[in-house]
Write a protein that binds this ligand. Structure first.
Ligand code: HEC
Length: 211
């Protein structure tokens, strides 16, 4: 009986060791997944994507660097990204970054556009409320980004701050490399007028954001 239970213990130990080894091997394999397999999997996820959709999942240089450093690049890379992204920002030719805050409110509230299910010609929105609190009266908002309540008021409706807000909306990574915020102008997702309008929504003294 004693021999039997010793045998049992040895067997249990062997099983445990075996499991630990299997887990270690699995972890090693997981770390070594071929990116081509991941790409093929992602590409196979959509059944009937529209024409030209593949470019939307191809990473640009900035996204590649951010992925490589898990969104936490060392200072030198961080500065390189910021300079590169800042160089893409195009300010409005007429010299004013402030449009109509009322139109900007609609841009901030609208989440359609860019989805495979959108009807052709759908005007895209900025979906800012998905990530930010903005006006006090709006009860539904996401919290991935910071609250933008009283954004202009806090910045004393300063002209340089308005320009900075426009640049942020045009290309969030020109301010904060590896940001989770979409690059609305860089990707031509919003028009110049829409970006001006949403800048006014943030920076105008009349906007509900600043009330
Ligand atoms: C997918 C989420 C997401 C969406 C959508 C989004 N943002 Fe952001 N935003 C963020 C995050 C995260 C930050 C903080 C990191 C950073 O500064 O990039 C941020 C930061 C900002 C800042 C800087 C805040 C500061 O402290 O100075 C502004 C301004 C801003 N967003 C405006 C907007 C506007 C306007 C829109 C819509 C056109 C928008 N965001 C849409 C995620 C988002």
């Amino acid at each position: 009986m004693k021999r039997f239970s010793t045998l049992l213990r040895v067997t249990t130990l062997a099983t445990l060791l075996g499991t630990a080894l299997t887990l270690a091997t699995a972890a090693q394999q997981a770390a070594k997944v071929d990116p081509k397999i991941v790409d093929a999997y992602i590409k196979g996820t959509w059944k009937s994507p529209p024409e030209g959709w593949q470019v939307r999942i191809d990473q640009d240089e900035t996204q590649r660097v951010c992925s490589a450093y898990r969104n936490d690049p060392p200072t030198a890379e961080f500065e390189k990204i910021r300079a590169r992204e800042l160089a893409t920002v195009v300010f409005p030719a007429d010299g004013t970054v402030l449009g109509d805050w009322k139109a900007g409110e609609r841009v901030a509230q609208t989440g359609v556009g860019g989805q495979f299910s959108d009807a052709p010609g759908t005007v895209a929105g900025g979906n800012c409320y998905a990530c930010h609190q903005m006006a006090k009266a709006e009860l539904s908002y996401g919290t991935l980004g910071p609250s933008l309540l009283e954004y202009g008021k806090i910045r004393k409706f300063d002209a340089a701050e308005s320009k900075q807000a426009y640049a942020k909306i045009f290309n969030a990574q020109s301010v904060q490399p590896c940001s989770n915020m979409p690059r609305f102008g860089y990707h031509k997702f919003l028009t110049e007028q829409q970006m001006k309008d949403v800048t006014a929504y943030l920076m105008s003294p009349d906007s509900p954001v600043n009330k």
